[in-house]
Design a protein. Structure first.
Length: 229
């Protein structure tokens, strides 16, 4: 019979060129179907979660990442069955776990506040004046419940090149719920830029369940298939 699985697509080859990272506070997605909830998450990044043509006002790439870019790791935790006769084998995937990580160089106060989930009372802004420099003072390193965010990795479409159609086409990977567990390993040296690794832990979103087996997802992928008219 004909093979209908994965297909060879030599025109679909991706690189990390042009990838951008966006982070917003997590908002519970509302909708009657899975696609409506996915579009509700996208609406936290775009003026329209349906067209995804324009970013929200003030939505800027998260930081200056080094040349290694970003590493996404996802693995399934399997349930195995060991029969009386024969070899054991994976029976099901109970859930998935994953992380996204990269190294940033612009480690300013805003990044510290995101890394450590600072609350409003944990940082202060002091206005500049006579004999007084403008300052941001951020306290960090205390125990707290982790803040939840939504994370989006956006990159130019492979199928619809830039310049095709009326709207620039981007693909994206969206992770509706993530948390950051900070682990600083900063180096202050003359010959090296000062950087910090940032890692997001992906969290299954119980507000986004499969309509087929009622289990939650870690994320979803948006892929442009045709240019806008």
């Amino acid at each position: 019979m004909a093979y209908t699985g994965l297909v060879l697509n030599p025109n679909y080859v991706q690189t990390g060129i042009g990838i951008q990272v966006y982070l917003v506070p997590y908002v519970v997605p509302v909708g009657a179907t899975l696609i409506l909830k996915e579009q509700a998450i996208l609406a936290e990044f775009f003026t329209s979660g349906i067209t995804q043509a324009a970013l929200m006002a003030g939505a800027l790439p998260l930081g200056v990442f080094d040349h290694n870019g970003l590493a996404l790791k996802v693995k399934g935790n399997t349930i195995e069955f060991n029969p009386m006769q024969g070899s054991k084998y994976p029976l099901a995937v109970s859930d998935y776990e994953g992380t996204v990580e990269g190294v940033i160089a612009d480690i300013d106060s805003a990044h510290f506040q995101s890394l450590f989930g600072s609350t409003a009372g944990e940082f202060s802004s002091i206005a500049a004046g006579a004999g007084q420099t403008g300052q941001t003072i951020t306290a960090f390193g205390n125990g707290k419940v982790l803040k939840q965010y939504s994370l989006m990795l956006r990159y130019p479409s492979v199928i619809v090149p830039v310049g095709s159609g009326t709207v620039t086409a981007f693909d994206c990977l969206v992770f509706p719920k993530v948390v950051i567990v900070p682990e600083l390993d900063m180096k202050f040296a003359k010959k090296d830029p000062t950087t910090a690794k940032i890692q997001w832990t992906l969290v299954s979103d119980l507000n986004m369940l499969s309509p087929d087996n009622a289990t939650p997802f870690l994320g979803f992928k948006v892929e442009v298939t045709a240019p806008a008219s």
